[in-house]
Design a protein around this ligand. Sequence first.
Ligand SMILES: Cc1cc2nc3c(=O)[nH]c(=O)nc-3n(C[C@H](O)[C@H](O)[C@H](O)COP(=O)(O)OP(=O)(O)OC[C@H]3O[C@@H](n4cnc5c(N)ncnc54)[C@H](O)[C@@H]3O)c2cc1C
Length: 415
Amino acid sequence: MNEPLHTDIAVVGAGIVGVACALQLARQGRRVTLIDRQAPGMGASYGNAGHLATEQVFPIADWSICKRLPRMLLDPMGPLRLDWKYLPKALPWFTRLLFNLRPAPYQRTVAGLRQLNEGSLEAWQRLLTSIGRSELFHGSGSLLVYERPESQRALAALCERMQAQAVPVQRWSADAVREAAPQLSSALLGGLFFPRTGHFIDPYRVVGALFEAAQAHGVRFVQAQVEGGQVQADHVRLVSDRGTFRASQVLVSCGAHSAPLTRALTGKRVPLDTERGYHLMLPSEGARLPFAVTSLERRFIMTPMEAGLRLAGTVEFAGLQAPPAMQRAWQLHRLSQGLFQRDLSSEGATPWMGMRPSLPDSLPVIDRVGEGRVLLAFGHQHLGLTQAALTAEWIGRLAERPAPAELAPYRLARF
Ligand SMILES: Cc1cc2nc3c(=O)[nH]c(=O)nc-3n(C[C@H](O)[C@H](O)[C@H](O)COP(=O)(O)OP(=O)(O)OC[C@H]3O[C@@H](n4cnc5c(N)ncnc54)[C@H](O)[C@@H]3O)c2cc1C
């Protein structure tokens, strides 16, 4: 590209958030250019657990993380892992995370997550219906199971905290678990069922379906790495390895990589880090479960998908540059042993690592700054798939007018 490419809105980052936003903006009549250094949907949105996790209304960590810190540093296979080489970089982020667990910021986080999660199921139903692809979502609920008698109190306490936040939740006995999911081990003692949740049969295909719809609405895709940008009097200039772009507005939706472009366009440093997570896809085990099942004690999720059973989870703090530690993905198979009547087969299994974009107050940035020229939608941590459809509706409104009061929890200016 020798001449700058002119567009109404440049959306940088074609993950689930960017693609859903691009489609929304195109439907509002905007000329949209979607830019990504990879093909659409190859970031965190490729391999997540596919769970529409509307029940998750609490911050990503609680005070017990202080107790767990030594183990996080020493146990490379634990569900929570902090690479000691990354410790100096992670410390300021962890400090802010703890600061946000004080009562007032904690309440703000819960209110902000509730507002997003409570609207997410309907937003996804609207979006999938509008593109004629409702079959990609199964609204069959999801289940949290426990297996140790001493976990019963923790489960009951969690249930009460969720009910206090109006999360629809049912307590299930061991018999109820067996009846609904007969392949699970009879050693399981019961669980919590979340009826207003569900799962996508392939998160990557969801991005693909939205991308196809976006292209049909005129969205143009350019594969380029955006390296910087400036807000000018009447436009925004983006610099990429494929030339420059000139746009009336820019949306930053680069997931865990959103901080440098946000800084270039707004001057603000956002404390964005990544909680790296892993999946192991088991191609021959897709029919084992009727819905997504999470183990309370083993801390991972199993989602039945079109291409098999996806075991996913674990949190690793090791930054954006370190290579994946794929043994963590294989560890998920070991963790699954004993959860079923017959152990899962790992034949033909494929591992994957992705980068959750996480801010220390567990809320995303969804905002409009720079006199309306810069839109921001990133930092959705473990909930980016869940919240993408509603985020896109909000970004559609922010493209037209200043942020309403209810979007205050997601403002960039909170940092
Ligand atoms: C193991 C795991 C399980 C998860 N399970 C769930 C779940 O069950 N439910 C749920 O709701 N969420 C889940 N998540 C979280 C969810 O996947 C993320 O929150 C979500 O995918 C973030 O979407 P995104 O579009 O913001 O980022 P991404 O999908 O990462 O997309 C960002 C895009 O920006 C591009 N990009 C970055 N920088 C640049 C640049 N400078 N120039 C051009 N392009 C750039 C990247 O190439 C990428 O394609 C999970 C995550 C992981 C890792």
